[in-house]
Design a protein around this ligand. Structure first.
Ligand code: UDP
Length: 141
């Protein structure tokens, strides 16, 4: 297994519910270490760019409206097998289908307002980490 870096976003609903600490704690306990972290309120343009791969999907408008509703926390998480581990800790996209004890099963409201984002491949992890963090904003720790 290799050490990887992946992008995590705590979505607006996570912040509205005051769950930043709860969620970061789950990652730290699982051996995923934040090596970059900041709060940002995405513009409509940034949200559309970030989710460009979904632009033909019927939920695209709803998704970008939700993601710009309030601030989000963006994090680069590093650890063994971080991309897959993050996805396991998040749970399935639809909280009704997410395994017990996952973030989405415990905290998400719906398939749209599902609390967290996590990169789904090494290629996307690199693109997504670079979308939010320059090299000097990432720390070896
Ligand atoms: N989404 C939605 N409706 C759907 C599917 C997805 O609103 O039917 C939103 C949801 O917030 C999801 C995001 O679009 O997290 C990206 O979808 P993807 O299939 O990539 O899911 P993820 O990788 O986030 O689990």
């Amino acid at each position: 297994m290799a050490v990887e870096t992946t992008l995590s976003i705590l979505k607006p609903d996570a912040l509205e519910k005051n769950k930043i600490g709860d969620i970061i704690n789950r990652f730290e306990e699982a051996g995923l270490t934040p090596v970059g972290l900041r709060m940002v309120h995405l513009s409509q343009n940034e949200a559309e760019q970030f989710y460009a791969v979904h632009k033909e999907r019927p939920f695209f408008g709803e998704l970008t409206e939700f993601m710009t509703r309030g601030p989000v926390v963006v994090m680069a998480l590093r650890g063994e097998n971080a991309i897959e581990r993050n996805r396991e800790i998040m749970g399935a996209t639809n909280p009704d289908e997410a395994d017990e004890g996952t973030i989405r099963a415990d905290l998400a409201t719906s398939i749209g307002e599902n609390t967290v984002h996590g990169s789904d491949s090494p290629e996307n992890a690199e693109i997504e980490v670079n979308f939010f963090f320059s090299g000097t904003q990432l720390f070896d720790r």
